[in-house]
Structure formats: structure tokens, C-alpha cells
Design a binder for this molecule. Structure first.
Ligand code: ADP
Ligand code: MG
Length: 692
């Protein structure tokens, strides 16, 4: 290790314990860590801009002579100073100023200023610019572009910049350890780590700001590569750690899985059978499965969860299914109950409105092992349930279930000290190369086929003015015995207002549609009321369900064939696709109406076009990636790639195959470099600390 890697930041001049603690928020503990606090953006202070060439929004260095300085009273007392350079003049405006400052801006003084130009009442102006007096013959400007770092409370930009400059000084004397093996480096053909760091912290004055802003400079790409690699390796270690624990091998001597599958009213699709074979192989091994089943909405993931659960129960163990919402948990419980009751197996349903006594007795049957199948929300499972022999945990909708929770499950090991197998189901389609890095802690099965007979959902976009036509369409669908969803706008800021808006919409629709039985679900209803409404809709007693986006995930009512989404222009592609997936689940032809309000922004127009043109979740995900980056797509906060500093999964996706090859080499031949790489790039050591 180099000196910089071993030295705490407190070794630097002026860094005491208080500052060191604040630096922790930036992931900085050692001097070397400062090198990896990377600029968010840059400013060009290497040249002056003629005042006459300024435009609003520019951040620029200007030089000129003070023509006039005066105190003005426009609502507030303020100091105005006019600066001119022969090409034009500009106003400097200060709301806080001292008498000496005023004196220092006397007519004839030469100044150099830096600030953001904006339009003011007197023409262009700079409010509270940085400035200093300069000699008549001029002074040297900055030699490199000025980095702007992500700051944290109590560490100002200037302070951080000077600390990083000190660390860069050490980079020159002590160097920085390049952990990547020679073979990987040779195949990369990228600048060295030290040169890359030097470049991104101090780009030369002729560096192209547009290239840097786009993250396309080779120095940035070199760092992005290492960052992605570090994350992938760390996630892979998470997986290894999980799988190093013992697990029950589930061979299902009772043959329960085969019985359940055999009793289904349909045959599994080829894609379902392939995924189930992978699951079965994992469950049959004595190490924990950590498998993600990824499949578009409606492809039939729930039945695979049931089959896996049957294998666990047929092996004398328990299985638990966790859903992100009460609504989904309820629905899964109904599906499981329908499939398992005929086999003589009760399914426990843990939910928020269970009376204390019922809950206690449910917990007892779970602890005693009398009940083998348990369905509930994530929250309920966090409240200390004891299992007799929990061998399988199924998690629906992966994007709300992160690495941390996966690791925590290891602790939930049963009395025999075995770690449960984990099956995670998501409808979020992730391009394969992306998944290999972003979900390196998981094995992935893909269901790329819908059950036969499904008709693609026809999607139309209509302007808000045609609302009456849409309402008429609901009426005729309901008259034909079909059901419909109406999803309310997201435009209200608060959850409360959104729910209020949903109530109002429901009332209006009920009035406009006297022959239609209208119900409502939203986030602020008590769980029991939500379940009632859902059950009524599912059974057909309600014909139109007005909802906020709580129905986004997983709700399954095959008879619903019409979906109306209000203010669709405000929603992301992934969300629209999820919502639309609530229809087209039965044999009837379905329609999705996207109501939008004018004017449409270019990106909203693109999104609506993309969703109209395709029903394929993977194609939509790819488009989403191009339009807005992977954040929403992956729910990145939940992946191990939460805080990327330089890399961007969408922009740098072409690096991923190389990242993956390098990860293989390192895992096979250089596992010892994983810990230092992860420590360097993944700030919160605790997440992977126990893993290294
Ligand atoms: P998702 O993958 O979105 O969770 P579900 O598991 O809710 O999808 O399945 C959607 C619907 O398709 C359910 O009504 C389910 O019973 C049905 N289904 C699942 N697999 C098949 C199949 N192979 N053939 C016909 N219908 C199926
Ligand atoms: Mg589902």
C-alpha cells in the first residue's frame, strides 16, 4: 500500500476530528479517498470573457474597471457597482456588504470577477460574484479547469478543493496503487489510473467541457470502468458470502410440487418450465439459492413461486412469500390459497388488520411448524416472526428489496442454522448485460414468453379534451360485462392530495356513469378497506376501480380489459408499462387509454409514442434507458450500484462486457484485490465490510 492509502485524512494540514467526521459523509477516511471524490462538473476560469459577450446563464470570469458604485434602496438596501471593459458593462449586485467593501469598489478600481450572469433590471448582472482587485497589467488566470465537487454539510467547496489539491500533491510523490492486474490493464488500452485522476481533477485549459460534461473523456471512462468493476465484484462477494452458508437441500419426497403443477388449470409455458427447472436445481442443492426471476407483467411468475413453495413444503419445511404492499400480499394469499387448499394445506396470511389474538395464534402455528405457507408484507416479516423451519423466502417485486435486506435474511436462518433459499421476482425488465453487473449478487432466470392466447393490449393516447369519449367507452365495456381501471393523476404533490383527487374523480365518474358500480383504492385507505375494494373488484361486484398508482404492481384481475391513465404525460415509461400490464391478462382484447394534458414536452411525446408502439417490456426498458438513464429502470437505490460517482449505466453500457470479463479474471486469479477495490469505490464500508 502507498502512504496515501494508509494515512487518515487527519494527517493533512488543518483536518481535525470534526472535519474528518464530516468528510466521512463523502466516503473519505484516508487521504487517498480524497482522490476518488470526483467532480460533478467544471468551470472555466482559465480565460476572461469580454463583458460585451456575456449572456444570461453563463458562468464566466470577467475583468474590468469600476465606473460607479452606489448604495441603492430597491425593496432592500443593496450595493450596486458598474463594471466596464470597453466591450460593454455589467452590474455587480450585493445584498450583504460592509463599508470597507464599498470603499474597495471605488471608481477606477480594476476587478476580476467570477459568477453567474443573469438578466436584471439594469441589464446583465452578477449577484454576489467572487471578485478581487487586480493590478493594471493583469494577472495570471487559472491554468486548469476548476472542478466543482459534490459537497456535504460543513465542508465548503473551497475547503474540499484545497484538501483534494493536497491529496493530488501526494499523488505525484507517492503515486496511487493501481489494483487492476496487468493482463486486464493491457487489454483495456486506457490511460493509467494516476493520469486519469490527474486529468479529471485538473483538466487542462484546452480540455473540452462538452466531452467532460458528457463523461466521454478516456480518463473518465477509465475511472468508470474501475468503478463498475468494483461494484460488480463486491456484489459477487455478497453472493458468495450468502452461498457459503449451509441450506436445506429440498428434494420434495412428498411430490407436492408435481401435484400442484399437475392440478393447475393450464400448462406451464416453455419459459416457465425452463425457469422452474433452474429454481428446482438450486433448491435441490445444500447452499442457498439467490435467484431473480425476471419476467414481463402477466407472464406468470406467481405460479412459479407456488411451485417452489410446494417443493419446500413437500420437503418438510416452510416457505414465506413477502410482497411490498398489503394489496399484493392479499392477492398472493388468494392465489396460494386457491392452489394449496385442494392439496390440504392451509396458507397463513399475516396482515396489518389482523386482531392481536388472531395474529398471536398465527405466529404460534408458524413457530410450531403447523402452518408451512405464510404470506405477508415485507414489513410484517420484519417484526420478529419465529419459524419452525423456514427454507424458502420468496420476495415479490425486487425493486423494493435491496442487497441489505438480502444479507439480513441470512440472519433469519432457522433453528438448524440453515439459511433460507431466496427467490426474487421482478417485472422490471433489465437488459442482460446490465443485469450481469447491476445484479451480480443474483442468479437470473428470464421468462420471455406470455401464456398463450393473450392479445396484445391496444394503446391509444388521447388529449384530455376527449375525456367524455373515454367515459362513454367505460360504460360500453361495463355493459359488455367487462371491468375497467381508472388511474388518477400523479400531479398533486402530497399523498394526501393525490388521494383526495382520486376520491373526487371517483365521485365524478360515479355521477357520469349511473349504471356502473364504481369503487376506489388509494394509499391512505385502511388496509381492510383496500382489501375489500380489491376483493369486490376481483369478484366483479365492482365494475370500475378508480385508483392511485397503488395498483402499479402485480394486481391481477383477468376480466379487466380497459385501463385509463390520467396525466400519462407525467409518468415514466417503466411505470406506464407496469400500469398497462394490469389489463390484457385474460382472453379478452384489452385497451389502454393514455389521457394527456397539453402541451406535451418532447420527452413526454417520445414516451407516449414508445409505449403506444410496443408491448414488449424489454424493448420499452431499452428505450427508457436511452431516454432517461437507468435510475428509474432499476430503481437503482436498491441495487448495489446506488451511488455511482463517475460511471453511468446507460452511458457506459458499452463498457459492461469488458467489466464482466475483468471480473471473471479477478475472481479466478486475484481475489485479494476485491476488498481494496471495493473499499476505494464503495463508500459505506459496512455494507460489504463483513464480506471482504
Ligand atoms: P406476473 O408474472 O405479472 O406476476 P401472474 O403470476 O399474476 O403474472 O399471472 C398472470 C395470470 O396468468 C394469472 O391469472 C395466472 O394464473 C395466469 N397464468 C400464469 N401462467 C399461465 C399459463 N402458463 N397459462 C395460462 N395462464 C397462466
Ligand atoms: Mg406478479
Amino acid at each position: 500500500m502507498t502512504a496515501a492509502e494508509q494515512r487518515p485524512v487527519t494527517a493533512l494540514r488543518g483536518v481535525g476530528p470534526a472535519l474528518a467526521e464530516r468528510l466521512q459523509h463523502l466516503g473519505v477516511a484516508q487521504v487517498q479517498d480524497l482522490l476518488f471524490v470526483l467532480p460533478r462538473t467544471y468551470e472555466d476560469r482559465t480565460r476572461t470573457v469580454p463583458i460585451g459577450a456575456l449572456a444570461p446563464g453563463m458562468r464566466a470570469v470577467i475583468e474590468g474597471e469600476v465606473q460607479l458604485t452606489e448604495v441603492a434602496f430597491r425593496r432592500r438596501r443593496q450595493l450596486l457597482s458598474r463594471l466596464a471593459d470597453g466591450s460593454g458593462h455589467v452590474t455587480l449586485r450585493f445584498f450583504h456588504f460592509s463599508a470597507s467593501q464599498q470603499a474597495g469598489l471605488a471608481r477606477g478600481t480594476r476587478l476580476r470577477c467570477f459568477g453567474e450572469v443573469r438578466r436584471g433590471p439594469l441589464g446583465l448582472e452578477l449577484v454576489h460574484p467572487e471578485y478581487r482587485r487586480i493590478a493594471a497589467e493583469g494577472e495570471a488566470l487559472e491554468e486548469t479547469l476548476t472542478p466543482i465537487y459534490p459537497t456535504t454539510e460543513g465542508v465548503a467547496q473551497a475547503r474540499l478543493r484545497s484538501l483534494i489539491a493536497q491529496a493530488l500533491g501526494e499523488l505525484h510523490t507517492a503515486g496511487v496503487r493501481d489494483w487492476l492486474p496487468g493482463s486486464v490493464l493491457a487489454s483495456l488500452q486506457m490511460p493509467s489510473l494516476a493520469r486519469s485522476l490527474e486529468y479529471v481533477h485538473r483538466p487542462p485549459r484546452d480540455a473540452r467541457l462538452d466531452v467532460l460534461a458528457a463523461g466521454r473523456h478516456p480518463a473518465q471512462r477509465r475511472l468508470a470502468f474501475e468503478e463498475l468493476l468494483a461494484h460488480q465484484l463486491a456484489l459477487t462477494l455478497v453472493k458468495h458470502t450468502l452461498q457459503a452458508a449451509p441450506a436445506a437441500a429440498l428434494h420434495d419426497p412428498a411430490g407436492l410440487e408435481a401435484r400442484l403443477v399437475g392440478a393447475l388449470p393450464f400448462a406451464l409455458t416453455g419459459a416457465q418450465r425452463r425457469a422452474l427447472a433452474e429454481i428446482d436445481a438450486d433448491l435441490g442443492a445444500a447452499r442457498p439459492m439467490v435467484r431473480l426471476v425476471q419476467g414481463d407483467v402477466g407472464c406468470g411468475k406467481t405460479v412459479l413461486a407456488a411451485a417452489a413453495a410446494a417443493r419446500a413444503v413437500g420437503s418438510g419445511a416452510q416457505a414465506a412469500l413477502m410482497a411490498p404492499t398489503e394489496l399484493l400480499a392479499e392477492q398472493h394469499w388468494r392465489s396460494f390459497d386457491a392452489w394449496f387448499r385442494p392439496l390440504g394445506l392451509p396458507v397463513a396470511h399475516l396482515h396489518g388488520s389482523l386482531p392481536a389474538r388472531a395474529r398471536r395464534s398465527a405466529l404460534e402455528t408458524i413457530a410450531s411448524g403447523d402452518v408451512a405457507l405464510i404470506v405477508g408484507t415485507h414489513a410484517l416479516f420484519q417484526e420478529g416472526i419465529e419459524f419452525a423451519r423456514l427454507a424458502l423466502v420468496i420476495v415479490d417485486e425486487q425493486h423494493r428489496f435491496g442487497v441489505q435486506q438480502r444479507l439480513a435474511l441470512k440472519e433469519k436462518g432457522d433453528r438448524a442454522g440453515e439459511t433460507p433459499h431466496q427467490l426474487i421476482m421482478t417485472a422490471t425488465p433489465i437488459p442482460r448485460t446490465l443485469a450481469m453487473t447491476a445484479f451480480a449478487d443474483l442468479d437470473v432466470s428470464v421468462i420471455d414468453e406470455l401464456p398463450p392466447g393473450r392479445l396484445p393490449v391496444r394503446t391509444v393516447a388521447l388529449a384530455e379534451e376527449r375525456r367524455a369519449e373515454v367515459v362513454a367507452r367505460i360504460e360500453s365495456a361495463c355493459r359488455e360485462g367487462r371491468q375497467a381501471y381508472w388511474v388518477c393523476p400523479l400531479i398533486e404533490e402530497s399523498d394526501e392530495l393525490r388521494c383526495q383527487a382520486a376520491e373526487e374523480t371517483a365521485a365524478q365518474l360515479a355521477q357520469a356513469l349511473p349504471g356502473v358500480r364504481v369503487g376506489i383504492v388509494h394509499g391512505r385507505m385502511p388496509p381492510a378497506k383496500k382489501e375489500q375494494a380489491m376483493a369486490a373488484f376481483k369478484s366483479g361486484r365492482l365494475q370500475l376501480l378508480v385508483a392511485t398508482t397503488v395498483i402499479e404492481v402485480g394486481v391481477d384481475v383477468p376480466n379487466a380489459t380497459l385501463m385509463v391513465i390520467e396525466n400519462a404525460e407525467r409518468m415514466g415509461l417503466a411505470q406506464l408499462h407496469q400500469l398497462r400490464g394490469r389489463v390484457g391478462r385474460g382472453a379478452g382484447a384489452s385497451t389502454c387509454v393514455l389521457l394527456y394534458r397539453r402541451p406535451l414536452s418532447p420527452i413526454a411525446r417520445e414516451r407516449l409514442a414508445a409505449i403506444r408502439e410496443s408491448n414488449d417490456g424489454f424493448a420499452i426498458a431499452q428505450r427508457d434507458l436511452e431516454l432517461r438513464g437507468p435510475g428509474e429502470l432499476l430503481g437503482t437505490r436498491q441495487t448495489g450500484l446506488a451511488q455511482l460517482r463517475v460511471a453511468d449505466l446507460a452511458r457506459d453500457s458499452d463498457l459492461l462486457p469488458r467489466v464482466q470479463r475483468a471480473a471473471e479474471v479477478i475472481l479466478a486469479d486475484h481475489p485479494d484485490i476485491i476488498a481494496p477495490l471495493a473499499a476505494r469505490w464503495i463508500g459505506d464500508g459496512e455494507r460489504y465490510g463483513s464480506v471482504g
